[in-house]
Ligand binder design. Sequence first.
Ligand code: GDP
Length: 430
Amino acid sequence: MLFSPERTRWPGEGCRTVPLSGHVGFDSLPDQLVNKSVNHGFCFNILCVGETGLGKSTLMDTLFNTKFEGDPASHSQPGVQLKSNTYDLQESNVNLKLTIVSTVGFGDQINKEDSYKPIVEFIDAQFEAYLQEELKIKRVLHNYHDTRIHACLYFIAPTGHSLKSLDLVTMKKLDSKVNIIPIIAKSDAISKSELTKFKIKITSELVSNGVQIYQFPTDDESVAEINGTMNAHLPFAVIGSTEELKIGNKMMKARQYPWGTVQVENETHCDFVKLREMLIRVNMEDLREQTHTRHYELYRRCKLEEMGFKDTDPDSKPFSLQETYEAKRNEFLGELQKKEEAMRQMFVQRVKEKEAELKEAEKELHEKFDRLKKLHQDEKKKLEDKKKSLDDEVNAFKQRKTAAELLQSQAQQAGGSQTLKRDKERKNFF
Ligand code: GDP
């Protein structure tokens, strides 16, 4: 029990330490926290980025000492895809919800320019989902399945030369979003002296290109020494295998070759043990914390700033959420009004144009009608004139006909009386 007689001040606080005169019980707080966390369980999400066939799945199986069943991925996709699988693991009484996300088809394309994009989008999508949950009125964060990526294992091909531009570009795009732990995959394919040079080359290339990889924290005294030493060993050269071979009188994970055996957990053969120690046994909680306090915080800040939220106004006074919301709402309404006005103007303009078009068409129709009407009248007049002249001709003809008939009948009459006279004269003669 601590009874501190001194008055000590907390940095920046106006409070003082007072002695307790008996056991209160809040020293059980750490235990309460541990119990609560253990009951609730933990979650850890790993992203494996690396070219197809670099041993990503094998390493995950080796790290967690199990065989993760997953459907084999098709490698005939036109682009990079991310495959995510979640597993419930239990060790002693600790439950771990482990999500393994793996890149499928990474490095398989001829044009690898956009290979990093689906990975960045995936990481952002997990941040966005968490942010949306946080912004909800009814939040269920304690039950929320957090899918934010806590560690990104970046698999480097054991070429022994230098990093590929695909690796540099991808790591550069990811370093502000996720904790990157670079590893040299299948390191049994590279000799010891080549490996030392390769590690130096990779580190210098990462530094000269400004790629920020995850540094094991050295601020906590209990792990400062081991983490400091391990930082110097990065990138870890690893070997994966789930095959167990009898070495001496022990069964060990190893890869057997015609010329010898490589032991996965032998630190003189590879850095697998260092990776497992750093990733799972020492820094898993720091990786989770860094994800929340650094990477997610950055995403959240950018996103909220994009949405118009600020902490202080131009006079450095605290900016209230209400004010921001109202300012944003007014801005939005103003924009909406402007858009509505523009649409209205456009509509009026279109109506006017259409009206003018219709009027023009109507005018043309009228003119056409007038032309046709006149044509028709002219034609009618011509026909009437023709009819009249024909009528005149018919009348004249009729008159001539009547006259001719009269003459003819007169002539016939005259002819008839002469015949009678001649008949009479003939009678008298006889
Ligand atoms: P992935 O496509 O990256 O998931 O790669 P896999 O885990 O499916 O492994 C591809 C092949 O590489 C398999 O035949 C593995 O047995 C082999 N392999 C995995 N790890 C190693 C390793 O560390 N060294 C060697 N030489 N081969 C490995």
